[in-house]
Design a protein around this ligand. Structure first.
Ligand code: C2R
Length: 161
C-alpha cells in the first residue's frame, strides 16, 4: 500500500494514546508510516523527515506531542504539506500545555490542531483522510460510507426506553 500519511510522535510514551489513530488509518486502508522523533531531542532528524516527506509521496503529516509540544510546529515549518497536530494528555497539566503549544502557532505556519489525547488521535486520522479525499474519489467515498454508518449507529440507539 502506498504510504500517504506520516505519523510522528515525540516519544514512545505517546504510543498508547496514538493507537486509535493508526487503527483508524488501517480501517480506512490508508498507507502510513510511524516515527518517534522529537523536535527537542532529535531536531535534525525531524527537519530531514519533514522536508523530504513531500517528495516521498506523503500527502499529510500527523504530529503528536505532549507538554512543550513544538513537534507539529517545527514539522510545519519545513514542509508544504498540511500538518495535523495532536496535543497529548499530560499528568502535570492535563494536556492544556500541549494544546496551547500546538494550536497557538504564529501567522504563516498553521497547524490544524485536534482535541487532546485519544479523541484527537482518532480525529486526526479521519481529518487526514478527508484531506486526501479531496484528490482521491475512492478515499472520499470511504469517508462518506464511514459517516453514513456512524449516523446509522447513532440513530439505532437514539430511542431510550
Ligand atoms: N513535546 C515533545 C517533543 C517536541 O515537541 O519535540 N518531544 C517530546 N515531547 C513530549 O514529551 C513528552 C514526554 O516524553 P517522555 O515520556 O519521553 O519523557 C511526550 O508526550 C512527548 O511527546
Amino acid at each position: 500500500m502506498e504510504t500517504k500519511v506520516l505519523v510522528v510522535m515525540g516519544s514512545r510514551s505517546d504510543l498508547p494514546a496514538m493507537e486509535g489513530c493508526m487503527k483508524q488509518l488501517d480501517d480506512f486502508k490508508i498507507g502510513y508510516e510511524v516515527r518517534v522523533l522529537s523536535a527537542h531531542r532529535t531536531p535534525n532528524e525531524v527537519i530531514k523527515l519533514s522536508s523530504e516527506a513531500k517528495n516521498r509521496g506523503i500527502k499529510v503529516i500527523i504530529a503528536a506531542a505532549g507538554g512543550a509540544a513544538h513537534l507539529a510546529g517545527v514539522i510545519a515549518s519545513s514542509t508544504p504539506l498540511p500538518v495535523i497536530g495532536i496535543p497529548m494528555q499530560t499528568s502535570a497539566l492535563g494536556g492544556m500545555d500541549s494544546l496551547l503549544s500546538t494550536v497557538q502557532m504564529p501567522q504563516g505556519v498553521p497547524v490544524a490542531t485536534v482535541a487532546i489525547g485519544k479523541a484527537g488521535a482518532r480525529n486526526a486520522a479521519i481529518l487526514a483522510c478527508q484531506m486526501i479525499g479531496l484528490a482521491d474519489e475512492a478515499v472520499q467515498k470511504t469517508i462518506e460510507d464511514f459517516k453514513k454508518e456512524q449516523a446509522e449507529n447513532v440513530l439505532a440507539q437514539s430511542i431510550v426506553e
